[in-house]
Design a protein around this ligand. Structure first.
Ligand SMILES: [Zn+2]
Length: 184
């Protein structure tokens, strides 16, 4: 396992700010533009809570598998994280999105409330993992370069880190918007 994981909340927020302030300087691959349509197999999902079977497609199950792998690694690295997969079961109560979402739950301090985020794709989890382990980009499903620099808001959404920074950003954006309007 990678030993570069950063557990300290303050350091993580500093890192997020630094990423937001600097453009990505590496090479960018735009990836494959087209791909052949394919038939996605239907597979059985067994609920860990109620034990009932729901039919899901393979892509959704791959998403769940990747998310579980990452959450397990983050737990091993010392993070206080949980994964809520209840949307995958059509029998358990609660909201059911199509395709099913995962709820990622994390906190960086025992005295704080958990932050909950709705994740729609494995990229959400890859971005969080990469951010926590000190990386800055990964190669996506179509070989496209995905950078943290371009996904600051997504990292905020998933972790709740950098709330003050995000508020300030929105404020500045609003101010800029106003200035623009005054010229018209
Ligand atoms: Zn269930």
């Amino acid at each position: 396992m990678n030993n570069n994981y950063i557990l300290d909340k303050e350091l993580l927020e500093k890192r997020l700010k630094a990423l937001a302030d600097t453009p990505y300087s590496g090479e960018i691959n735009f990836g494959a533009m087209c791909y052949a349509p394919r038939r996605i197999p239907i597979v059985k999902y067994e609920c860990e809570i109620c034990g009932k079977i729901t039919e899901r497609n393979q892509d959704d199950l791959d998403f769940l598998k990747k998310a579980k792998e990452i959450v397990t690694e983050l737990k091993t690295a010392g993070y206080d994280v949980l994964l809520d997969e209840r949307e995958f079961c059509k029998y358990c109560p609660g909201e059911k999105s199509r395709p099913p979402n995962l709820i990622f739950i994390i906190r960086f301090n025992q005295n704080e409330n958990y932050h909950k985020a709705r994740a729609r794709s494995s990229y959400d989890f890859k971005l969080v993992q990469l951010f926590l382990e000190g990386g800055d980009h990964f190669s996506g499903d179509y070989d496209e370069t995905v950078t943290l620099h371009d996904n600051i808001d997504q990292i905020y959404k998933m972790t709740g880190l950098g709330v003050d920074m995000i508020v300030q950003w929105l404020h500045e954006r609003k101010k800029k918007g106003k200035a623009k309007n005054e010229h018209c």
